[in-house]
Design a protein around this ligand. Structure first.
Ligand code: SAM
Length: 262
């Protein structure tokens, strides 16, 4: 079954998703964990529409620089538009598992919700480790989709929708193995911080509500979910929201690690 395609339509949906309050909160967690300082060179692997690149460009200032890489030309076009006029940001089209950047040329790197899509996690992490100078820091963020708890009056349909949604990526529960993967790729001082994204109200500023159109369009007519069922699933969430009965929760993980100093 095909994974989610990072094409123009997904780009349009992600542009909306990344504007909501929960996404702003997530970027705050990532930027705090990275603590990029003025003058630093930062690599964003799987930069998507470039929200992080634009914000990190402020953190590192004009003496520093940010390089965003992504496999998708559509995502890179959105990122370039977002960072237009920022002289300290550059973008390259690159497959994350065969990163083509100069060794030891970065002080820090981020890889936010990208590894879960890439079959060869070790290749990406080893490439990031090589791209960092000694003592360089990385922040890796991924979602454990098995932690999703989502209320429905039709639990069988919800289970099928979530099982089908799991096909949108390569590793539905990547955080479970991320620590050992980071150490195997050469990192040390590996730490992991869980963050809960939960909502008991139908608030469009929350991750669970903003995710509904993405899940609906991916599962619709795929596997065990018909188009009609996908429509009814999404409509039910809105109905529950209107009755004050909406509930969504999932746990996302922020991993920090460093390349050994020598
Ligand atoms: C969910 S988006 C996250 C975007 C960005 N990191 C953020 O959090 O704002 C995943 C991104 O990873 C990119 N991606 C997925 N697989 C990739 C691969 N194998 N190599 C490079 N980029 C990849 C996609 O094109 C997409 O832009």
């Amino acid at each position: 079954m095909n994974q989610l395609a990072f094409d123009e339509e997904t780009g349009r949906q992600l542009e909306q998703l990344y504007r909501i309050g929960d996404s702003v909160r997530r970027r705050h967690f990532v930027r705090s964990a990275l603590s990029a300082a003025p003058g630093e060179r930062v690599l964003d692997v799987g930069c998507g529409p470039g929200f992080y690149c634009a914000e990190l460009a402020e953190d590192v200032g004009t003496e520093g620089s940010v390089v965003g890489v992504d496999a998708s030309p559509q995502m890179l076009a959105l990122a370039a538009r977002r960072c237009e006029g920022l002289g300290n940001v550059a973008f390259h089209q690159t497959e994350a598992s065969s990163l083509r950047v100069e060794d030891a040329s970065f002080d820090a790197a981020i890889c936010v919700q990208v590894l879960e899509y890439v079959p060869d996690v070790n290749a990406v992490l080893a490439g990031i480790c090589a791209a960092l100078g000694q003592g360089g820091r990385v922040v890796v963020w991924d979602v454990d989709w098995a932690t999703v708890s989502w209320h429905s009056l039709h639990p069988d349909r919800m289970a099928r929708v979530l099982r089908t949604w799991d096909e949108h990526l390569a590793h539905p529960s990547l955080p479970r193995t991320l620590g050992p993967e980071l150490r195997a790729a050469g990192f040390e001082q590996v730490e992991m911080q869980p963050h809960s994204f939960a909502s008991a109200t139908f608030d469009p500023d929350t991750y669970g509500v903003a995710l509904i159109p993405l899940v609906k369009s991916f599962v619709s007519g795929r596997g065990a979910v018909t188009e009609q069922e996908a429509d009814e699933w999404a409509a039910e969430q809105e109905m529950l929201g209107g009755q004050g009965e909406y509930f969504f929760s999932c746990t996302q993980f922020c991993c920090t690690a460093t390349r050994p100093a020598g």
